[in-house]
Design a protein around this ligand. Structure first.
Ligand SMILES: CC(C)(COP(=O)(O)OP(=O)(O)OC[C@H]1O[C@@H](n2cnc3c(N)ncnc32)[C@H](O)[C@@H]1OP(=O)(O)O)[C@@H](O)C(=O)NCCC(=O)NCCS
Length: 343
């Protein structure tokens, strides 16, 4: 028989507060058009994007995370010293080690909180939220900070017309803590590694360093271009439209609610046409508020869902206590969907 005492956590977990940080520089489509053959009309109609934010030198992954987290902590009414774990989802922190989460935990003034990074692309927020819920319910942390943060402008090839207009920078954070009732539903998540090639870094770091330029994209001076995110847009688009609506429906079923019970839908902000298609397939009623933050934020990968959540609450389009379906999907390919009560 085991001699180990059972761990004691909260009966349930909920999102207690949310915060976002958008870099000060707003980049309209006109700036993107300086380097690619396209048009404002094409970018707006095919992606929904009108402007995005690009981070300046001071707006580092850590700095944006600290800003967003400070707002999330204030929104939750929680002091940084109460945070037991900091989970950071990002693909654009440029040091292999240590995790950026430890620096963020320190700068926020946590009391030596556990801190680690995860790499789950545009599903990163959902992955982090699922971990946070587990930690709170299992008892390893009373409060967990989940941060989605990206500086995708560092990983964008501005001469690639398939991706140059898509990505933006920013950070979104939530505080997850104890709840007397269920407020984060079961997560429907998974991976499809057989489709890993559809969204990837153009060149792995070791190949970039090797100087072997055969078959690699070169700049105007013949140097290998800095690694960037590349994707098979149409393949990803089709996968998102057909497969992710099913995953979203499964998350509703798992939470035991119907589209009629929903107040808000916050999908990953990848393309407004993907969002519209999911709304149609899920037959979401008129009263459901749909996040279309992509118009002014672009695709900020792991940051997109908390950023959209924060804006809906700030503008009054959604309110505390609303029931929201969130779904993230992207590089891996990976996905995660769940139903949450808004903070
Ligand atoms: C990237 C994306 C907006 C492109 O839209 P699309 O409708 O699939 O565009 P296509 O690649 O099929 O190209 C359609 C046409 O527009 C042209 N085109 C491509 N990029 C263009 C651009 N930037 N400006 C103008 N025309 C462009 C193509 O050459 C093609 O022309 P053709 O019909 O004469 O051959 C879309 O595929 C998408 O959003 N994919 C998913 C993105 C995503 O979710 N990523 C996940 C990351 S999490």
């Amino acid at each position: 028989m085991s001699k180990i005492k059972p761990s004691k956590g909260a009966p349930y977990a909920r999102i207690l507060g949310v915060g976002g940080y958008r870099p000060t520089r707003v980049v309209p489509n006109e700036v993107i058009l300086e380097k690619i053959d396209s048009s404002d009309e094409w970018i707006r109609s095919r992606s929904g994007i009108e402007t995005r934010h690009w981070a300046g030198p001071e707006e580092t992954v850590a700095a944006m995370s600290v800003e967003a987290s400070g707002k999330a902590l204030a929104d939750a009414g929680i002091d940084a010293s109460q945070i037991g774990a900091v989970v950071v989802s990002t693909v654009s922190h440029f040091s292999q080690t240590p995790a950026i989460a430890t620096e963020i935990a320190d700068r926020l003034g946590t009391d030596r909180a556990a801190a680690f990074d995860i790499s789950a692309g545009c599903a990163g927020f959902g992955y982090g939220l699922t971990l946070a819920k587990g930690l709170v319910v299992e008892g390893s942390a009373e409060y967990v900070l989940v941060i989605g943060v990206e500086r995708l402008s560092d990983l964008t090839d501005l001469e690639d017309r398939a991706t140059a207009f898509l990505f933006g920078d920013g950070a979104g954070a939530v505080v997850v803590g104890p709840s007397p009732e269920p407020a984060i539903g079961p997560t429907i998540w998974g991976s499809e590694g057989d489709k890993a090639e559809t969204i990837k870094q153009t060149i792995p770091w070791d190949r970039f360093r090797s100087g072997d330029v055969s078959g690699l994209p070169l700049d105007s001076e013949g140097n290998v271009k800095f690694p960037a995110i590349t994707q098979e847009g149409q393949a990803v688009f089709r996968w998102a439209v057909f497969e992710m609506a099913k995953v979203a429906q499964q998350a509703l079923d798992a939470a035991g609610i119907s589209p009629d019970d929903l107040d808000v839908f916050i999908p990953h902000q990848a393309n407004v046409r993907i969002i519209d298609s999911m709304v149609k397939t899920l037959k979401l009623p008129e009263h459901v508020t749909v996040a279309r933050d992509i118009r002014t934020t672009g695709n900020t990968s792991a940051a997109s869902i908390p950023l959209a959540m924060e804006r809906l609450l700030a503008t009054g389009d959604a309110k505390s206590g609303d029931t929201a379906l969130v779904i993230g999907f992207g590089a891996g390919l990976v996905y995660a969907a769940t139903v949450v009560t808004l903070p």
